[in-house]
Design a protein around this ligand. Sequence first.
Ligand code: BGC
Length: 395
Amino acid sequence: MANTPDLRNDFLWGAATSAHQTEGNNVGSDMWRSEARRPERSGDACDSYHRYPEDMRLLADAGLNAYRFGIEWARIEPEEGLFSNAQLAHYRRMIDTTRELGVEPVVTLHHFSSPYWFTEDGGWTSDKGLDRFVRYVEKACTILDGVTWVCTMNEPNMVATSMTMRGLAEQGGQDLIAGGLPTPLEEHSLRLVEFHKAAVQVVRERTSAKAGWTVAQQSLVALPGGEAKHAELQWLWEDLFLEAARGDDFLGVQSYSSKNVDADGIVKQPDHPDNTLTGWAYRPDALGIALRHAWEVTRGLPLMVTENGIATGDDNRRIDYTTKALQALYSAVEDGVDVRGYLHWSAIDNYEWGHWAPTFGLIAFDRETFVRTPKPSLAWLGGVARRNGALESSG
Ligand code: BGC
């Protein structure tokens, strides 16, 4: 087991969040509207819109040196063409605050939520969609001076599945999706590739940042007899997006679990006492599968783990999961995979797209008072970071 890895000296150790899941009151976004149909709403979320300095300081004090966070299109452009300088200044202050704390900002331009006006008027599939997104990215670039890592779009494969789901629902095909998420249609995925490529170009022209996107890696494993189906799903769920990253500056690897594939498709995870609070299989080794696969398909693009973590109420289990995930990362690095950082999901318990129960955070908080309480896993990961990855203190 690789407990003392040979990582780069500038390896980034941090945690991640998204804007909608933590800021609170993102009322101009499509997600805010769609929450009316979900079991629970985001509401004030973690109030990180106001309390981000405290969140960042807790990470820095623990020993982490990176923080991935999102900027919110729905705040920056609340109506089409109406850009808010005050909101842009807010996000610039977030960047400045990370710098003051000695923390490297990793900035996500789009993390699932879009302005309501954008989605209402056709979103990604509208003829005007690409110009609208590019105009937003151009504005965002005005505050990215000195930022080194920019993620254009979070998990386009999950965005594509929701586009496909919406299409099926509009055709009255809800029963088709009752068993789980539909496989993304290639036409939807290719459309998102266009948006990403355009955004990369804008970021490269207007900033000195490295640009890439982050992919929800599934770590699909073929069961005997499922090889052909596995190859088909591997392409539609993942490899299309990984291949599209060739030529970018880096790829964000996001990994939580692994799924089996048989001749009929992805096998639903059966109930099991080891399942996490999201019902996923407990598979910390999935990170190793994801990194190795991304490295192969992108043909050697630098990788950054932009999300990895576990929904659990048992913080010892979080430490156990993360220890094993890091061992899988170290073993991939030993085998030559170029990994630039590890950003744990999540910095703080947050709104899990309709639910509050699945807690992924290194920090807990009180939903009435917003008082933050770091969990032991935060100090633990900070210690690992201070030792640049060594899992056991040498002395
Ligand atoms: C997303 C996060 C989400 C996490 C856990 C990723 O798919 O980027 O927004 O909270 O997984 O479900």
